[in-house]
Design a protein around this ligand. Structure first.
Ligand SMILES: CC/C=C\C/C=C\C/C=C\C/C=C\C/C=C\CCCC(=O)SCCNC(=O)CCNC(=O)[C@H](O)C(C)(C)COP(=O)(O)OP(=O)(O)OC[C@H]1O[C@@H](n2cnc3c(N)ncnc32)[C@H](O)[C@@H]1OP(=O)(O)O
Ligand SMILES: Cc1cc2nc3c(=O)[nH]c(=O)nc-3n(C[C@H](O)[C@H](O)[C@H](O)COP(=O)(O)OP(=O)(O)OC[C@H]3O[C@@H](n4cnc5c(N)ncnc54)[C@H](O)[C@@H]3O)c2cc1C
Length: 632
């Protein structure tokens, strides 16, 4: 799955990267540890001539529990995408050498989704050839940007550009926040951490108030638009190009989701293989809980999702690289496609993973509630992915907006993008591919069912929108009247994408891998397809892609698939080739000694470092001895 990290031994030989000790760290300790880790990985990269890919894999091996995440995943990519060549020549070397530490400051206390309504302003002052940055009111302050609280010396601030009395919309500005001498905030800058979060507390997400902060005109990142000395606004590319960084991060989130669900399914399956509980025959030996059909039903979806997301990330990375290369040459033809695809898939991947991670946690019984099982921690660390880089509902709607455009083109006989080519088909020409039970054992037949369901969902909401408009609703009311169906259509398209990538990737692998491996992957792909239909059976029936008879066959085949996957389940998670220190879980260690590792973790619990707790002397002793308690 993930390229085996040849440098794993080097990384995990150092106590800094051994994860057992993180439990019990305070926020400040987590924060410092994360910074220390990234800088040490950087040193290892130099000492061992690692590539950038090695560096990235090292961070993934640590489950992104590192510092400078936004500096690396947004600040630097934003300079690469939004700056002119001269600006890149100035800022990139400083950022890449950590001489400046950055954040991407777009979201405000009052707005995160609605970028058009961002309140921070950058007003051009032709007298001094500067921009004056201001967060005019409480709701305007930047709020959430990672590393903003205590670390960033610079921010790419997204602000409304004002020239004279005209607003030219959101543009990016490089703003120094702190002195490079003593790290103190510069004049006009009020900055700090926004406080503890549910998870990811090593990250200092911060707030930023800008009180008439002046920056030189050349600090506006001007690849896509610039302001001349005499105050003229010149747009050299679509202003959507200023959104480019977000598209990249949405792609990264799909891989983040893949990484976390691999961890979750590995822990759940390895633990379910060693956990014995109850027996089916009275007086018989206790069963591995992995042999219960219900346990398989709970955790095999996360196993299938791990592989589905791996194949989808690989496919989308290729699609993104093609689009990005064209966009950087000024050809925005694929911008709408890559935005529509990645908006939807980021939302679908993070929704899928947060749901399946909780199922993995529940499948571990009581021990799933211990931090030492790590599944719960992983879930808390993953929960933000349904919100960051675009709230999932909003992202689905962006995807749906793209799909509506595509189906309109298809119905007008125009060309459509490859990912929506199925919309060219006549919606009435579909026939159910599953005419007998054995058809349900062929992923290609299932793919046709997914295709019809997606096409039907998109066509149906497009018709309803048209009907609402023709019956006199205005555009926004018609849209708001159909948001739920639009989200449903986007999800249907995304689930088709995952199934298509899974089927195509397995058929490509079949040409080179052993038949044994091919049959295991085919089985998992089939299960992924069957399970997806069963869990959304209402939509598939509504689309007439299947009838009740087909659903009955599919449900039966899904349960058969569970038994077929069972013999290979542990091997399929071992194939992730994840180091114990990456998984970190006492329940998911390669050696299977879950109880021993749980007990070792309990012994490391700080409260166990003394036999008698301080509370005994304060409260319990007198209580136990029947002596009256002093006034508390
Ligand atoms: C090297 C790395 C190593 C180590 C790092 C370690 C780990 C990193 C790994 C992964 C990193 C992952 C995560 C990091 C963690 C957290 C990061 C979180 C950071 C953030 O959250 S940053 C803030 C994110 N904010 C948003 O996403 C805002 C969401 N809102 C919007 O995007 C927009 O408001 C909107 C799309 C909802 C609406 O846009 P709009 O107001 O312009 O209006 P329209 O809907 O009409 O759109 C107009 C037009 O523009 C097109 N469009 C919109 N967005 C885009 C886009 N992104 N790209 C291209 N085109 C876009 C839209 O389609 C319309 O076009 P049309 O032709 O007119 O239809
Ligand atoms: C851990 C974390 C890290 C972050 N890091 C950064 C960062 O580094 N830089 C940065 O700039 N930002 C960052 N953010 C902010 C993040 O990008 C925003 O929170 C995100 O874009 C969602 O916007 P919001 O918070 O305004 O939610 P809102 O949009 O207010 O969402 C609230 C509800 O309103 C709904 N809603 C909103 N608009 C619509 C609509 N048009 N149609 C239908 N429903 C709608 C949403 O679906 C949601 O249910 C971070 C956030 C988190 C949690």
């Amino acid at each position: 799955m993930q390229k085996t990290f040849k440098n794993e031994k080097i990384l995990f030989a150092e106590p800094l990267f051994q994860c057992d000790g993180l439990a019990g760290f305070t926020r400040s300790e987590l924060y410092e540890n994360a910074i220390h880790r990234t800088l040490r990985i950087n040193q290892l990269k130099k000492e061992h001539n690692w590539t950038q890919e090695d560096f990235d894999i090292a961070i993934r091996c640590l489950n992104y529990e590192v510092g400078f995440v936004i500096h690396l995943s947004m600040f630097i990519p934003a300079i690469e995408r939004l700056a002119t060549d001269d600006q890149k020549a100035k800022w990139l070397p400083l950022a890449e050498s950590y001489r400046i530490l950055g954040t991407y400051a777009q979201t405000e206390l009052g707005h995160g989704t609605n970028l058009m309504a961002l309140e921070t302003t950058a007003t051009f002052d032709p007298r001094t050839d500067e921009f004056v940055l201001r967060t005019p009111q409480l709701s305007s302050m930047k709020w959430w940007p990672g590393s903003l609280g205590k670390t960033a010396t610079h921010a790419i601030v997204l602000a409304q550009l004002i020239i004279g009395n005209k607003n030219y919309g959101m543009n990016p500005f490089m703003v120094q926040l702190r002195s490079l001498e003593d790290h103190m905030p510069l004049p006009g800058i009020i900055v700090g951490d926004i406080g503890a979060k549910l998870g990811a507390n090593s990250n200092d997400n911060g707030f930023l108030i800008l009180n008439d902060v002046r920056i030189p005109r050349e600090n506006m990142l001007a690849r896509n638009s610039k302001v001349t000395k005499d105050g003229r606004y010149i747009q050299t590319s679509t202003n959507k190009a200023n959104y480019a960084t977000m598209v990249l991060v949405r792609l990264s989130i799909i891989r983040w989701a893949e990484d976390t669900i691999k961890n979750g399914s590995l822990i759940a399956i390895r633990y379910s293989a060693v956990r014995r509980q109850s027996s089916l025959q009275a007086g018989g030996p206790e069963m591995q809980v992995l042999d219960y059909q219900t346990q398989q039903y709970k955790i095999f979806p996360s196993l299938a999702a791990s592989y589905a997301l791996f194949f989808t990330y690989e496919a989308m990375m290729k699609e993104y690289e093609i689009a990005y290369a064209q966009i950087m040459r000024g050809n925005n033809q694929l911008l709408g496609q890559i935005h529509g695809q990645l908006s939807g898939l980021k939302a679908f991947a993070s929704d899928l993973v947060t749901y399946e991670l909780e199922m993995c946690r529940r499948s571990c019984g009581g021990h799933g509630y211990l931090k030492a099982s790590v599944v719960g921690e992983t879930l808390l660390h993953t929960l933000p992915l349904v919100t960051v880089e675009g709230d999932n509902t909003v992202m689905y709607l962006q995807c749906a907006r793209y799909l509506l455009k595509q189906i309109a083109k298809a119905l007008a006989g125009q060309d459509v993008d490859e990912p929506t080519s199925y919309l060219k088909k006549d919606i009435l020409s579909y026939t159910c591919p599953v005419q007998k039970g054995e058809h349900c054992t062929n992923p290609n037949y299932l793919l046709k069912i997914y295709t019809q369901r997606a096409h039907s969902a998109i066509a149906s909401v497009a018709r309803q929108l048209q009907f609402d408009l023709e019956s006199g609703k205005d555009q926004s009311s018609a849209f708001n009247n159909n948001l739920v169906s639009l989200v449903q259509a986007a999800k249907a398209h995304c689930q088709l994408c995952l199934m298509k990538n899974f089927v195509e990737s397995v058929s490509a692998l079949e040409r080179t891998c052993s038949e044994n491996l091919a049959s295991v992957l085919r089985q998992l792909c089939l299960y992924f397809g069957l399970h997806g239909i069963v869990t959304a059976s209402g939509e598939f029936l509504e689309s007439e892609a299947i009838g009740l008879q087909q659903l009955e066959w599919i449900k039966a085949e899904e349960l058969k698939s569970l038994a077929a996957i069972r013999p290979n389940a542990v091997a399929l998670v071992d194939a992730f080739d994840l180091h114990d220190q990456t998984v970190m879980s006492a329940l998911g260690r390669y050696d299977g000694n879950a109880y021993q590792h749980l007990f070792e973790a309990a012994k490391r619990e700080p409260m166990n470092q003394t036999q008698v707790p301080p509370a005994y002397y304060k409260y319990l002793r007198d209580l136990i001895k029947g002596q009256p308690l002093a006034k508390l």
